[in-house]
Design a protein around this ligand. Structure first.
Ligand code: NAP
Ligand code: MG
Length: 409
């Protein structure tokens, strides 16, 4: 049988450690066995980033801009330990950070749901996607311990004109002060990316802030969001996507009794906190995907977890591993589905659906990696190795597609 043809090239970014091992198996057995695709390959493994002085990361991000869709393996963000371990020239920045800044994108995290893992919140039946604004607020704040009595003010010195001074507090004793900021451009990009993601996922969009208290700072976010929503009103209506602004405390209360199927846009700090709450509420890091969406509608898919370092060291010792490849597989299916949607090739979209169905059927039949053993009910008798789990997915996929599975050897 002939392979399914993907029209436009897909940008592939390889990575590090255990996820790199898994990546090669996914690519061979699940993707290239069935798909005829022009993969624009960038090796973001840490030694190759080092050899290219990290230019390869920027080239990969530029390629996503050119072709529209990318899929990325988890990568090491080097620290002092890693510099020694991999004999690197320096502590190169986080590849995700670099790609995010080239694409000016926002990261959305989405849980993968299966019937035999019950979310901690019983009303959650559909995924809750968290969109976290990744610039500014307390993450770029200047804070200061006030040692004793004195006045603290904010001073704005405009490029032209007179400085404006605003009093913060007249301290009678010691205390603390923080000055934080955001920019209209960044807030607008965030709003645009949330709208692009809501349209792509066909999910209602919520945005929560505290404009009743923060009548200028938070209100600015609310107003910019509203302007961007107004600009895309027709697209949102056509896709059946509704927008709702809520106070952040109301959003938290509502989400706990909602069935899900919501894209929840959060300011930076709220997104930091709420993404961890939602992730653990749905189960495991191995079941969480992540997509970077640029305001221009470029997409980069990856697993939300890292390179699973501990498992890699076991693998290097020749020991069997039981690493969950699900989020990495869903990175591929997500990227291929998006490619198929953009290219107008329903057979590619159907392949992505079949791949995801094969994964979900394995888990729902009790074939799981070790991280899911305590989460699935009923508890399976044993867990699968990384390779056995991937073989089971490959066999299921081949059945769905009516082809023979590619054997392990
Ligand atoms: P990690 O890779 O997320 O793994 C932390 C622990 O979580 C693992 O040791 C494992 O627990 C569990 N885990 C995560 N993913 C799993 C999976 N797919 N299957 C089974 N268990 C899983 O974080 P790390 O090991 O602390 O960090 C390793 C490297 O990843 C770091 O160098 C960091 O820079 C990088 N990182 C990259 C990204 C990215 O590229 N997006 C994101 C985060 C971190 P047990 O050991 O208990 O089994
Ligand atoms: Mg956090």
């Amino acid at each position: 049988m002939s392979k399914i043809r993907v029209k436009t090239p897909l940008v592939e970014m390889d990575g590090d450690e255990m996820t790199r091992i898994i990546w090669a198996i996914i690519k061979e057995k699940l993707i290239l066995a069935h798909i005829d695709i022009d993969l624009r390959y960038f090796d973001l493994g840490v030694t190759h980033r080092d050899a290219t002085d990290d230019k390869v990361t920027v080239e990969a991000a530029e390629a996503i801009k050119e072709f529209g869709v990318g899929v990325k393996c988890a990568t090491i963000t080097p620290d002092q330990d890693r510099i020694q371990e991999y004999k690197l020239k320096k502590a190169w920045p986080s590849p995700n950070g670099t790609i995010r800044s080239v694409l000016d994108g926002t990261v959305f995290r989405k849980p993968i749901m299966v019937k035999n893992i019950t979310p901690a919140v019983s009303s959650w039946k559909l995924p809750i996607v968290i969109g976290r604004h990744a610039y500014g607020d307390i993450y770029k704040a200047v804070d200061f311990v006030v040692p004793g009595p004195g006045r603290v003010e904010i001073v704005y010195t405009p490029a032209q004109g007179e400085p404006v001074k605003l009093p913060i507090q007249n301290f009678k004793g010691g205390g603390v002060v923080m000055g934080m900021h955001n920019t209209d451009a960044s807030i607008r990009s965030f709003a645009k990316a949330c709208i692009a993601c809501a349209l792509s996922e066909k999910m209602d969009l919520w945005f929560g802030a505290k404009d009743t208290i923060s009548k200028r700072y938070h209100a600015r976010f609310k107003d910019i969001f509203f302007e961007e929503i107004e600009g895309r009103k027709a697209d949102l209506a056509a896709a059946g996507v509704a927008y709702r602004y809520l106070l952040i405390d109301d959003a938290v209360a509502q989400i706990m009794k909602h069935r899900g199927g919501i894209l929840w846009a959060c300011m930076n700090y709220d997104g930091d906190v709420m993404s961890d709450m939602v992730a653990s509420g749905f189960g495991s890091l191995g079941m969480m995907t992540s997509v970077l969406v640029s305001p221009k509608g470029h997409f980069e898919y990856e697993a939300a977890h890292g390179t699973v370092r501990r498992h890699y060291y076991e693998h290097l010792k020749g020991n069997p591993t039981s690493t969950n490849p699900v989020a990495s597989i869903f990175a591929w299916s997500g990227a291929l589905r998006k490619r198929g949607e953009l290219d107008g090739t329903p057979d590619v979209v159907a392949f992505a659906d079949a791949l995801e169905r094969s994964v979900i059927e394995c888990i729902e039949s009790g074939l799981v990696t070790k991280d899911l053993m305590n989460l699935v009910t009923p508890r399976p008798a044993t867990h699968q190795t990384t390779e056995c789990f991937l073989d089971a997915v490959a066999a299921g996929l081949a059945t769905h597609l009516g082809r023979k599975a590619v054997s392990a050897d």
